[in-house]
Design a protein. Sequence first.
Length: 288
Amino acid sequence: MKSFVLLMLTILLSTRVFAQAENHEEWKNERAHELLKEDGWLNLIGLLWIDQNTSYLNQVGNDKLEVSSKMEVGNIGKFHFERDSIWFVFNPELSKNSKESVPQKSLVFPLEYGKGGGAYFDRWKWTVIERGGQYGVRLRDLKHPGVLEFKGLPYYPYDPEFRIKAFFEPKFNQTMGIPNVLGQVIEWKVMGILKFELEGKPIELTVLDELGKFFVIFSDLTNGHETYPTGRYLYVDYPDRTGYTWIDFNYSYNPPCAFTAFATCPIPPKENRMEVAVLAGEKIPEGH
């Protein structure tokens, strides 16, 4: 009887691990799709900072766009700042010289994440982001060779040992200044603290609010060797009624800066720098 019970427990455990690994494979496919899509990270070619005095977008040569304080030869249009939005107003002359229909204007800020939008011309697309009170034009080449040359992402094999039960201690009305790669410090809402053990060591990670999700920015001893130097990111499920959740490091992923020099990635706060090696999740992308 005892042997039968042990056999059944082994089968149940193996089935659970198999299901977790299968879900992880689906997530890896979604990650590749996310990188390759129109608003992914592989087609970025510029981050151009603008203000009301530097708001003209001009084409320089065949394959370069620049912002300027004045309209120049090759002008595509101008960024128009309103009280709570930014529009791109196209140069009316474009309609005369283009085979494609050119709109009068397009909303470029704010845009709901993952919902598309922005301005298009020729093979380019651009939107505007705000970082620390500054506005930057996120410029994309929709025919970027990096998209066609993408060979996928390297991962550690799925390891159930890095799926860890954690207690969530909520925090209320707290914010934290998180620096990004540009040296700007952005205020983030703090959701709480995750408490767990890894390699026999007690660990606490600060959880941030990212569009209503639990978001963790962390570093570990693999950074700079097998994983991206500054750290990785991870989403965590909300806790249950007892305050517990699972933190699955197999779903750790690279920041956008692993793929482009034109991202504004937040880096881990000192509270989230772990003195353990997390041998799970995404590794450093090849060619980056």
